[in-house]
Design a protein around this ligand. Structure first.
Ligand code: CMC
Length: 395
């Protein structure tokens, strides 16, 4: 059994070469195609970032116009797909609906199944970027029993999503530009993060030649877990729970539980596998968090006060400092989304919407890589040695 390196969690195994995203966890640095996340989040919008991740360079004005026009052409979904929603229980988790809906795209857009053709791969990518907001907003509308809203192609990507979420047939919704910009920033910050669990899942699924919609559905399934994309939802759930128990007064007791070796309670939204000093996305999201709370006049909301108190205590406490546990992007993104009126159960869906471009760019890179092989980890076998089957009467 000594033939393979035992590396649970792939802590020291590079499974691919990639030119898309660079992270230096010690420096707290995140680059998309060489550009610092701070500059992208400040100077570019989400669709520019998508273009960059997908094509390797930032777009010129002409390229950007063609790209956004193409996205707009694909925002609608097949009419029969809209009826699939009816098969789900109204109380289904939106992520359960998303996994099914995105997987089902392979039944509606069959030209995208020919992955050997780069043009078909490109159309699949554009469809995914364009349809994820529509499918995600429809999942929300379905669970609250409201009619689906058609996309509004006169709006930018994030404003259109807010329209599909919050407009109704009898009530127009004019997206607040501060909130639309905040959502756009959430999308930029979550667009890619090199070989995290869901991206590795997409690559592993894709390594068998599976179609892009199936691979992205696999990525969404992985993202749903609380240690990955579910963290912002888990973080708000933790804050709500603490509020119910008495709020700021109970922080000391809660932190003691988190620090107790015998308890499995974690401070959600803290810690990261790669960023061991700080998460550069968290710094940007923190800024946005304050902007949104000010815009909505929520600075004194008890839950947001609780979050800020928790952040302060945890940043000073020896347990967290010695383990280099800092707030990650999800600590703040959950708070921002809650303030914007996005239901907690949809947070991970918005993360999936944002990460779709990263997944598809990584998938496309893998398909075009001549060194690519089907993913096949090895194992160290710990089961019974070779033995004989006894007749049932003797077992
Ligand atoms: N609260 C309390 N203790 C923690 C936490 C936390 N959030 N995170 C890690 N620790 C402790 C852990 O118990 C261990 O302590 P000890 O050395 O005494 O056994 C030590 O810190 C090292 O932790 P680890 O589990 O080896 O760290 P990891 O790199 O395997 O885990 C993590 C990273 C993100 C899974 C973990 O920090 C965590 O579960 N955090 C909470 C969930 C969360 O916020 N996840 C979102 C990550 S950001 C989104 C993304 O990029 O996907």
């Amino acid at each position: 059994t000594g033939a393979f390196t035992f590396d649970p969690g792939f802590m020291s195994t590079a499974a691919c070469k990639s030119a898309i995203t660079y992270i230096d966890g010690d420096k707290g640095e995140l680059l998309y195609r060489g550009y610092a996340i701070e500059q992208l989040a400040t100077n570019c919008d989400y669709l520019e970032t998508c273009y960059l991740l997908k094509n390797g360079e930032l777009p010129s004005k002409a390229q950007y116009d063609v790209f956004t026009k193409t996205v707009r052409e694909h925002t609608m979904v097949h009419e029969q797909l809209t009826r699939l929603y009816q098969g789900f229980r109204r109380d289904a988790h939106p992520m359960a609906i998303l996994v099914g809906m995105v997987g089902s795209l392979s039944a509606y857009y069959q030209d995208s199944l020919d992955i050997a053709n780069p043009e078909h791969r490109d159309v699949a990518a554009m469809r995914l970027i364009a349809k994820l907001p529509t499918i995600t907003a429809m999942a929300y509308k379905y669970t609250i029993g409201e009619p689906f809203m058609f996309p509004r192609n006169d709006l930018d990507y994030s404003s259109n999503f807010l329209h599909m979420m919050f407009a109704t047939p009898c009530e127009k919704y004019e997206p607040n530009p501060v909130l639309a910009r905040a959502l756009d920033r959430i999308l930029i910050l979550h667009a890619d993060h090199e070989q995290n669990a869901s991206t590795s899942t997409v690559r592993l699924a894709g390594s068998s030649g599976a179609n892009p919609f199936a691979c992205i559905a696999a990525g969404i399934a992985c993202l749903w877990g609380p240690a990955h994309g579910g963290a912002n939802e888990a973080c708000v759930a933790m804050l709500e729970d603490l509020m119910a128990q008495g709020g700021v007064e109970k922080i000391g007791e809660f932190i003691a539980k988190v620090k107790d070796k015998n308890s499995s309670v974690k401070l959600m939204g803290f810690g990261h596998r790669v960023y061991k000093n700080y998460d550069p996305r968290a710094k940007l999201m923190r800024e946005t968090c304050h902007e949104v709370l000010n815009e909505l006049g929520l600075q004194d909301d008890p839950m947001f006060k609780l979050a800020m108190a928790l952040e302060k205590i945890a940043l000073e406490d020896e347990y967290f400092v010695s383990r280099k546990l800092y707030p990650n992007v999800d600590f703040y993104s959950g708070i921002v989304q809650k303030a914007m009126g996005i239901p907690v159960s949809l947070f991970t869906g918005i993360f999936a919407m944002a990460r779709t471009i990263g997944w598809i760019a990584q998938w496309n890179e893998m398909i075009g890589d001549p060194e690519q092989k089907i993913g096949r980890p090895r194992q160290l076998y710990t089961g019974a040695p070779h033995r004989d089957v006894k007749p049932m009467a003797f077992r």
